[in-house]
Design a protein around this ligand. Sequence first.
Ligand code: PLP
Length: 386
Amino acid sequence: MIYMDNSATTRLCDCAKEKIISALDCYGNPSSRHSLGIEAKKLIGEARDNVAYSLGLKKGYAHKIVFTSCGTEANNLAIFGSVYSKDRKRGNKIITTNSEHPSVENAMQRLQKDGYEVIRLSTVGGKLDIEEFRRHMDKSVILVSVMTVNNETGAVYDIGNIFSEAKKINPDVVTHTDAVQGYLKVKMDIGRLSADLVSISAHKIHGPKGVGALCIAPDIIKTKKIIPHIVGGGQENGLRSGTENLLGMVGFGAAAKAGFETFDSKREKLLELRHICEEQIVLAGAKINTPTGERAPHIISVALPRIKSETMLNFLSGKGICVSAGSACSSHSQHISSSLVGFGLSGEEADSTIRVSLCEYNTENEIKQLGEILGLGIQMLIKFKR
Ligand code: PLP
């Protein structure tokens, strides 16, 4: 089997596996005062520090890392938690983009129903238009939420610029980035980013499923610009109640630390693999939907010639190759991908697009096989009417 669907999820790395196995017997509740509880709490503290370290935060960091059940929950906490915090009034504006993940877009739709005005910036070619942003940004904007890397095209959005402009115009605004696809794939300096809230997820970086985190800037906590979305026993600094997923957290911490320490070599390898992969894809008779600006090293959006993505997916799957059509997270809906349409593709083009997403475990040989089988698939399937 050739696995090239790493934007959907990744396999568990060895260090995360080992850490989870070693913590299996630590069944104490981290809130308990006895030795088993204290041991569990210590492991969670270690995991939290590892995640903070992976985000470039230094020892004694003042940010809060709040563990959640996934990236989706981190996005929900960031959006609803900040918008519904006190002093954030209905009727105020929120700025986002037209190509966010459903965990952001659907939250925005709910806020619109609730009376907030939501502005969606265009993302043609994977680029944000700073002038369009400036036209909308004013003192009534309470939240700016822009993803770091688009999950379908790999486009890197210039959040640094957008967020610092936003803060200049309204220092009170909350800035959020869904960094699920950018985390440990593109360089992010949390300290210098002007991002108040950063969502990440473990299973995209070779950690376990069922755990994510929201990184919260110190000022947001101090000024109480976020309230919990899940209430209860007050775990996670009162921002995400519920007995902690200790095994998930320790696995996340281990994968995060390893991912951070090997960032440069992995990135280099991914860029090399992506280059070879794109050559093979073009040779096979497909095109690449290439973002105009900076791109993440692991995502390739492939435009097929007049073949439905689903047909090609089934063909490749039958040959043991796993890729996806757009985002796996939105495959439950029948809609044409808004990310791809936002990128500038027609509905038909979007419906003929597959996503190949790599990780450092992929090999040149696997990529050559993908090229050969994709070429075969194109020759066979193009004969049939769409
Ligand atoms: N945000 C983006 C950009 C994603 O690609 C995904 C998942 O694919 C998510 C959020 C959701 O993350 P999770 O699967 O951890 O809920």
